[in-house]
Design a protein around this ligand. Sequence first.
Ligand SMILES: Cc1cc2nc3c(=O)[nH]c(=O)nc-3n(C[C@H](O)[C@H](O)[C@H](O)COP(=O)(O)OP(=O)(O)OC[C@H]3O[C@@H](n4cnc5c(N)ncnc54)[C@H](O)[C@@H]3O)c2cc1C
Length: 492
Amino acid sequence: MRVVVVGTGVAGLSLVMQLVDDHEVIMLEANEDIGGTWLPRQCYHNLETHGCRAAFQLPWGDAEERDPLEHVHHTELFQALDRWAAEKSLREKMRFHTRVTGLRTVPGGVEVLAEGQPPLRADVVLYTGTTANPLVPEFKGSFDGLILPAMQVHTQVFERIVEQKLKVLVLGGSKAAQDQVWNFMKAGYADGITWVFRKAYWGTNFNYTRDKYMWGSEVGLQARLRLVLFCVRYYQDTHFIGYESLLTRLCMLVLKWSKYLICPFPDGLKLGHFHGGIFEPGRIEQMRSLRHVQGAEIAQLSGRTATLTTGEVVEADVIICATGAKNQKVPVSGEASFVPHELADDEVYRGLIVPRAPRVVFMNALTLGNILKDARRVGAWLRNCYLPTLASAGEEATRALLEHGLAEQNAEAGAVRSRHFDLWHSFDRPVPWMFHVNRELDSESRSGVLTTAPKNVVPTLDALRAWVYRQFVYPVKAGLYLLFADRSVKAA
Ligand SMILES: Cc1cc2nc3c(=O)[nH]c(=O)nc-3n(C[C@H](O)[C@H](O)[C@H](O)COP(=O)(O)OP(=O)(O)OC[C@H]3O[C@@H](n4cnc5c(N)ncnc54)[C@H](O)[C@@H]3O)c2cc1C
């Protein structure tokens, strides 16, 4: 089949690695090179991963000699992606400077529309280019200085700020905000910075994780980090399955008491404010000494001052907005016309198919580790199950199977109903399907029929049993799975 992949970021590359041996693959990329978020030209000054090298399964080159616990600088991550692309000669299959503007469903396929190019016919399109559009709030009033999204604080800009001793207001509490603040502190420019954020985020305590769990094994650390993040995700992500799980809450509280989870600004400790970063307590101690205002937003700008919602007035020449990103959207036209991302901009999804356009698959995830893991699974599923089904059973039958799977997902999700068949939802839960994907789909003998959704382990009509399942059974099962099944994830 001809598979067209939009985007050559981590998600696009991970997916393609699974497919390139069996299918004709064409990758379209708006930039001049691979990497997406990690393309060096795009990165802000000193961008590093907020997880250590050991947590990401990428070809790290001379990594044997490097500390597996180091955070990875963006240049090194880019090199790893580059090596990865070279392994399967992926560059030969890429078309750079090609921004996809829309997808058109046509009988038996999809046409990919790109600026200044004739439509490109595909059997299936995997759309991964969804992240990294910086979101800058609209402020009241006018500002004489410079307003920059964090993504644009490249090294030159950063150096100019420090050299000219410009006053900086960093807005936001995310990982990017912390990076900005930390960079200025490292450059000895803490005095010029005021950090304003709404919520104090939590993260995992890197030192604690390392000391307690590393045991000299990458997998040990990784599996346990996953368990924590998994629990947190389950708490946080109420969209899918009721993450107000008592067990997850309990788990988080225990992790908090044990200092596994920490918060840069402890006054703000609230379960709902978790951000999946990995924090170093030493760094956090230093960051606390910086001038900061928490629980605040910018209410009004005037000249070179920002009045905050707390009433404080901050002088600034530059406002750096680390205020999140918007999903990019391209419309799907033709018989199945829709704007693919019917979810709100800030909702994250990892793999979606809209049943009425079964030849278009969307892939996205919030973090690197998840993308690497999920894309492998989604890729394995596509290769072994979905694409053969589409080829042999045809579009109508596949659509019917998807509808069926969607109905099962919706039934399981209770009140939450979606119009998308959600691959991520299927892979991560219920647990039996996770096993299914990791163990069975990967065997080449299974070339046959798409079985749609997992066998639904939640009796959908029995609300009480479903509640017990969600609150207790599933978190325990999935937790055990994550602890003990790491090898099979690796193999997949
Ligand atoms: C500043 C920043 C820091 C981050 N730090 C971390 C971190 O430390 N750890 C972590 O786990 N995660 C981090 N993330 C999350 C990040 O989203 C992932 O690390 C990952 O890079 C996302 O990969 P992706 O392939 O989904 O998207 P991207 O990296 O955004 O790649 C998408 C690609 O698609 C292309 N594209 C988009 N639209 C089109 C189109 N219409 N036509 C053609 N091409 C298109 C883009 O040019 C881009 O190359 C960070 C994100 C940002 C923005």
